[in-house]
Write a protein of this length. Structure first.
Length: 302
């Protein structure tokens, strides 16, 4: 079902109808802080005051223009300066998609994305915070982990996302479970072929549990990113014995549980996207839960 929804989302009529929703619409604002950095900073402050840490995402992906990739890197650097000025950098970091920094720009894509990502990581270090590389579809994993390796030579705290849905990920978890490593473990939001990813959700869930155990057995800082409360309970049990880990959830999903867990002493971080290029992110959130998509279709049809 999610695969069908993601395929439908690529068609022109669906894209046109959904993109016509105003950003102010509550169906969009549920998942997205707002159109610009000031709105994201306001939400960050509010989440911080509720005991939650934040990771901020400047929305945008699959950039095919070098100037746009440079502009996105500049937007991140400016955001990091604002976080520092507002006294929020101890509770807020940034999440970056390499495809927004130029990864898809042909043969030089990796080099351009690395240069842009390096400038963002340097700005994060100056602000006193960290950066994590998001993971996109399976064709980008080798490139993203290659950029991560280079960034970590200078900035060993740069984190990465690994997707339990991919067969390769248990091995990647072992490789990245060493000291100083920060890994955000997710199930995976992209429609992937069965040649590279578990087709059945129950197998993804089982793989997630195995990956989580590998990360908790290692020396790094596991970032357990899920709204699956059975996995959250397992993570809390594993984390109690070990310390130095965090739980992460998306803005707009299980907000009550985020606050409850934080007040119970769990380190909880909220992934908070903002910006005007919200279509791709929003559609992945709808596809994760068919009820969300049906709600939207009813709205568009009314
Ligand atoms: P699952 O899909 O089983 O959901 C468990 C429960 O959570 C559902 O039953 C429902 O109650 C609730 N829920 C989940 N999604 C919902 C939604 N959209 N709307 C309403 N309720 C929902 N993926 C990726 O491929 N690359 C990445 O870089 C990232 N980054 C990332 C960061 C963070 C902090 C998080 C939490 C997630 C990501 N993801 C991601 C997305 C991830 O891969 C996955 O698609 C979602 O987290 C949904 O999977 P769950 O683990 O929540 O489990």
């Amino acid at each position: 079902m999610p695969k069908l929804l993601l395929a439908a989302a690529r068609t022109r009529p669906v894209r046109a109808s959904v993109s016509a929703l105003p950003m102010t619409h509550k169906m969009v604002r549920r998942f997205i802080a707002g159109p610009d950095a000031p709105s994201a900073l306001a939400v960050t402050k509010s989440l911080r005051d509720q005991g939650l840490a934040v990771t901020l995402d400047v929305l945008g992906e699959d950039v095919t223009d070098r100037a746009q990739a440079a502009a996105t890197a500049a937007a991140y650097r400016s955001l990091l300066g604002s976080l520092s000025d507002a006294g929020l950098a101890d509770r807020a970091e940034v999440s970056v998609k390499l495809s927004a920094l130029g990864q898809a720009l042909g043969a030089d894509g990796d080099k351009i994305a690395l240069e842009n990502a390096f400038s963002v990581a340097t700005a994060a270090a100056e602000a006193g915070t960290t950066m994590t590389l998001d993971m996109e579809d399976h064709t980008t994993v080798d490139s993203t982990l290659g950029v991560l390796r280079e960034l970590r030579e200078q900035h060993p705290w740069v984190g990465a996302v690994l997707q339990a849905a991919l067969y390769r990920t248990e091995g990647d978890c072992r490789d990245l479970a060493g000291s100083g490593s920060r890994v955000r473990l997710v199930k995976g939001a992209y429609a992937e072929p069965a040649s590279v990813a578990h087709p059945r959700k129950t197998d993804v869930d089982a793989a997630y549990r195995r990956c989580m155990e590998i990360l908790f057995a290692g020396q790094g800082h596991p970032m357990i990113a899920t709204h699956d409360m059975a996995l959250v309970a397992d993570a809390c049990a594993l984390g109690r014995a070990r310390g130095d880990w965090e739980l992460q959830m998306l803005y707009g999903i299980r907000a009550d549980e985020q606050r409850l867990l934080a007040s119970a002493g769990v380190d909880v971080r909220v992934y908070l996207p903002f910006g005007t290029d919200w279509y791709g992110y929003y559609i992945r959130r709808l596809a994760e839960r068919p009820a969300n998509m049906l709600f939207l279709l009813r709205h568009l049809g009314s």
